[in-house]
Design a protein around this ligand. Structure first.
Ligand SMILES: *Cc1c(COP(=O)(O)O)cnc(C)c1O
Length: 396
């Protein structure tokens, strides 16, 4: 009844921009969330990769609580030690360069577009991205996103963007012109269906970008911060980008995003060219430092690799058992997709009824992004629920 009241207020007062599941979540701790009725759910898609340490992780909570007692916001015309500390942490764990702090993935992507254009100005401005990519919802970010459905109804879009098929080096070689300044790619396309870039592709892309002085940008907003089994997904490839974006997991639930730019481009955006009022405030920096601390001190990368392997093994045996329903398993670390031969939304709904939260993207890809600190027994439990849901699907 209370749930209905909330739903009613949403429909009266909140813009209908989201397809929402009728579930009112009031509490979260670790791998679980609870609804208003007290029902508990195992969360295998915590905050779309935002709450990757599980909900309300103690290392994040304690750092943020401590910071709340000092100061909440310091504007960017002054200095704060935590912003400096976090930038150093990000750079030292990725590649030599500098950081710009923003508040969301889309804002980080906007910043990258401006940075790239400024770097190329006035001779080069074209940016190449991938079909089935996802880069956020601002006007420039939907233009960079290589999916028509996100652009429909918003014309005129900014000019200077081009798309090529993912994992196709020939196509990108053909698309490059004298005006190309950057190539943007997700090492694993998340929203696009958990599509993994091949090693050969990213290596050849790096070579191409070096030859033509083109900026190689990795959007690691979903793959970054341990999700793939390395701190950053690019480490799997032996290929460093010139620019990388981070958001989602970075703040452990708090809204923070970062653009990391290598030394070559790090000083392009001088005072007056770019800014963000909330960017890198002490609270969100405290949270992000808590996330780094958890990944390092709790040895979460080791856990992601072990649990990722275990989960894939379990999913492969499900695939063997239900070949008429499951076409394939894809992904890396704990960023996994189950490719179905049918629509996935009824399986997602059924899992929720049974107390497991997962996601479906592109209509038929079940997406699992369990917390980085998940254990075997949780995986076993999730697999049992998914199997039951598939069983129903197979029977129906
Ligand atoms: C989620 C996501 C974005 C957009 O982030 P927002 O914080 O929603 O603006 C951009 N790129 C990738 C790869 C994402 O997964």
């Amino acid at each position: 009844m209370k749930q209905n009241k909330t739903l009613k207020k949403y429909s009266n007062y909140i813009m209908p921009t989201y397809t929402r599941t009728p579930l009112v979540i009031v509490k979260g701790k670790g791998k679980y969330v609870w609804d208003k009725t007290g029902k508990r759910y195992l969360d295998f898609f915590p905050g779309w990769a935002v709450s990757a340490l599980g909900h309300c992780h103690p290392r994040v909570v304690s750092r943020v609580s401590k910071q709340l007692k000092n100061i909440i916001h310091v504007s960017n015309n002054y200095y704060h030690p935590l912003q400096a500390e976090l930038a150093e942490k990000i750079v030292k764990s990725s590649f030599k360069g500098k950081v710009f702090f923003a508040n969301s993935g889309a804002e980080a992507i906007e910043s990258v577009i401006k940075l790239a254009r400024k770097y190329g100005y006035p001779k080069r401005h074209e940016i190449i991205s991938m079909y089935n990519s996802f880069h956020g919802r601002t006007l420039a970010a939907i233009t960079l996103t290589g999916q028509r459905k996100y652009q429909k109804g918003f014309k005129p879009l900014p000019s200077g963007f081009k798309y090529v098929p993912f994992n196709d080096i020939k196509a990108i070689k053909k698309a490059v012109t004298k005006k190309t300044i950057a190539v943007v790619v997700e090492p694993i396309q998340g929203e696009g269906g958990v599509n993994v870039a091949s090693k050969k592709y990213l290596k050849e892309l790096r070579t191409l970008c070096d030859q033509k002085d083109i900026l190689l940008v990795f959007d690691e907003i979903q793959t970054g911060m341990g999700r793939s089994g390395k701190m950053f997904c690019f480490e799997h490839y032996g290929v460093k980008p010139d620019i990388m974006t981070l958001a989602k997991t970075l703040g452990g639930g708090f809204p923070i995003a970062a653009v990391v730019a290598s030394s070559r481009v790090a000083d392009v955006l001088q005072p007056g060219t770019h800014a963000s009022t909330f960017g890198g405030s002490p609270i969100v920096c405290a949270a992000a430092l808590g996330v780094f601390e958890a990944i390092e001190k709790d040895k979460l990368l080791t856990n992601v690799n072990r649990m990722g392997k275990y989960l894939v093994k379990k999913l492969q045996s499900l695939k063997k058992k239900y070949p008429a329903v499951i076409a394939g398993i894809k992904g890396k670390g704990l960023m996994l997709g189950i490719e179905l031969r049918c629509a996935g939304s009824s399986i997602v709904d059924s899992c929720m009824q049974k107390g497991l939260l997962i996601n479906c993207t592109q209509g038929n890809i079940l997406r699992l992004l369990p917390p980085l600190n998940i254990g075997k027994s949780d995986i076993d439990k999730a697999i049992r629920v998914i199997e039951e849901a598939i069983e129903e699907q197979a029977v129906a």
